[in-house]
Design a binder for this molecule. Structure first.
Ligand SMILES: [Zn+2]
Length: 581
């Protein structure tokens, strides 16, 4: 089942290109694709595209029998830039660590992890496992502090003049695009703010500083205060002796770069160095990288200094989130992949990425839209099952449900998400009730246990509990609305009578659907089986007012979950009571 889906979608076309390019650059070697993530705080759901794009391509290449390494570079040796708002266990006292490597900042209080970076990496690693993303994680702290990049650092220092010349082409130009790139790559977005606050030279963060001793693409972390507010003052190519001074604490020392491991190349040099070091053939980046002066473009000019080549790098468009803004701002946090996986199965999330080309933007729904999305997914699933799906749709489906190493665990009985959400809404945590209702959906084939509907049921329940505002939750009336019942005219009373008379016989999802749509037809003198073509348009109006009446009597509002589901959820006895029998 894990066979290739050759050239039917954007993923396979990229796979063709990447395999060909890898064979040209490094014949017989595993194909290398890469992503970069900065654990500077909770990793935003929008940044998942940075991982999913190369993941899907890598997976297609694996399906074709090639060896692939998907590197995720954890930029955990980057400086801590600011204290993110709304993170539990963190207060303003964390500001004293600004300027240190992310791995030298304490984890939030109560965390089981040794430092800031590890804390936020752990959450992402867990989500990636759930999503079936296979990768090699590379800690940049480990790489730099172990001296893995020693040769590359010395090489960059030796060729600092060449690097400076490349960067100089862009220095005089305004750099708005570059700040956006930072966003796309999960790099800091508040560069201007920081520079103003810390008084460092413009572009120093990205490019390296031009101090009195000239330009240096390398920055040490201070030996006394651990911050990166250092300036290299002298460097000797022969002895590799480097002197730096710290503007934060005044500390200064001279070290030998051939044996010193506490510093890093500046970002615009660091990135292309790693392309060369790892032999990266494919690494996507945010859409703003198309502008001249962006680190992807500049990297393309610098990578040659390290003897490497720029990867194939599709620009990916922004992924938005709908329905989370209000919730997250009240909580102060950001939506993470873990938040999405609480309300949707990994297959659905994978599908959202697989079905859109990287340059198409889309939204991940935390609002009512998720129900429509699930309906669409179930329809596709059915088409794939009966062989009627279009090739590109079938390819996206295949990428969603399995990887080269096998199927993702799926819900044994994938009942409609909106039904599960309604049942969870109405039963409010009473699992026995939920099981009863779900079994009545299809009485001929009842559920043996709620587990058959899991994990989809749990996702729908989490969605109802965390993303549906209280005023949209369904509260079944405790007592009949005597006043409304008394005010009904003859037609209103008859409609309820017809419904109640058919209730026992139609007690299933399909049966009740037929019944609630049929009552207004029968009242107007047509058969309950009459199709829309055989009916006058007024029937629709009659159906709408009948449904509104039922909602009022059952839940005291104009609308609610789909009626057949609501009726099953409320239960036959209580329906009879509330409808005045
Ligand atoms: Zn210092």
């Amino acid at each position: 089942m894990a066979q290739s889906t050759e050239t039917t979608d954007w993923v396979s076309r990229f796979a063709d290109e990447v395999i060909e390019e890898s064979e040209r650059r490094a014949p017989g070697k595993p194909v290398v694709v890469a992503s970069g993530l900065s654990p500077s705080g909770p990793i935003h759901l929008g940044n998942l595209r940075e991982v999913m794009t190369p993941h899907l391509v890598a997976d297609e290449i694996r399906r074709r029998g090639y060896q692939v390494r998907h590197l995720i570079s954890w930029d955990d040796y980057d400086r801590y830039r600011k204290v993110p708002a709304g993170v539990a266990g963190v207060d303003e006292s964390w500001a004293e660590h600004i300027g240190k490597p992310l791995t030298s900042v304490p984890a939030p209080r109560g965390s089981a992890h040794p430092n800031w970076a590890e804390h936020f990496k752990a959450a992402m690693i867990e989500s990636l496992a759930e999503l079936g993303v296979e990768f090699d994680g590379i800690s940049q702290t480990e790489q730099y502090t172990s001296g893995a990049y020693r040769e590359q650092i010395l090489h960059a220092m030796k060729h600092r003049g060449d690097i400076d010349a490349v960067l100089a082409q862009y220095r005089t130009k305004p750099k708005p695009a570059d700040q956006k790139k930072q966003q796309a790559k999960q790099k800091p977005v508040d560069e201007a703010e920081l520079e103003a606050a810390e008084g460092s030279g413009a572009a120093a963060e990205d490019d390296g500083s031009s101090g009195t001793g000239g330009y240096f693409p390398y920055k040490p972390y201070c030996g006394n205060c651990e911050k990166d507010l250092t300036t290299v003052t002298t460097y000797d190519d022969d002895s590799t002796e480097l002197t730096y001074a710290c503007t934060a604490c005044g500390f200064s020392e001279t070290v030998r770069l051939s044996e010193f491991n506490r510093g890093k190349l500046v970002w615009k040099v660091d990135w292309p160095m790693r392309w060369a070091y790892e032999g990266v053939v494919f690494e996507p980046s945010g859409v703003d990288h198309s502008s001249p002066g962006s680190s992807f473009q500049v990297g393309g000019q610098i990578v040659g200094i390290f003897g490497g080549k720029q990867p194939i790098g599709p620009m990916y468009a922004f992924v938005g989130i709908s329905g989370m803004a209000k919730m997250s701002s009240s909580r102060g946090g950001v939506p993470t992949p873990a938040d999405a996986l609480k309300i949707m199965e990994p297959q659905l999330l994978r599908w959202l990425y697989a079905r859109r080309r990287p340059n198409q933007s889309f939204k991940i729904a935390f609002d009512q839209e998720i129900q429509r999305l699930y309906d669409e997914w179930d329809r596709l699933d059915a088409k794939v099952a009966d062989g009627s799906a279009l090739p590109a749709d079938a390819a996206a489906h295949s990428r969603a449900v399995r990887t080269a190493s096998g199927e993702l665990p799926r819900t044994p009985r994938p009942l409609p998400y909106r039904t599960l959400a309604s049942v969870a809404d109405i039963t409010a945590g009473h699992e026995d009730q939920a099981l009863r209702i779900l079994s009545e959906l299809d009485p001929a084939n009842p559920l043996a246990s709620l587990d058959e509907a899991r994990p989809r049921y749990d996702r729908a329940e989490a969605w109802i509990n965390t993303h549906v505002p209280a005023d949209q939750r369904t509260v079944v009336r405790a007592e009949p609305d005597a006043e409304l019942l008394k005010s009904l005219d003859e037609q209103g009373r008859e409609s309820l009578r017809l419904l109640l008379d058919g209730l026992a016989e139609h007690w299933s999802l399909d049966g009740l659907t037929h019944l609630v749509y049929g009552v207004p037809k029968v009242q107007a003198g047509f058969s309950a089986d009459a199709t829309p073509k055989e009916l006058p348009p007024e029937i629709k109006t009659a159906q709408r007012s009948f449904f509104a009446l039922l909602y009022h009597l059952l839940v005291g509002r104009d609308t609610g979950p789909r009626l057949p589901t609501l009726l099953l959820a409320v239960g036959q006895d209580r329906v009879r009571t509330l409808l005045g029998e």
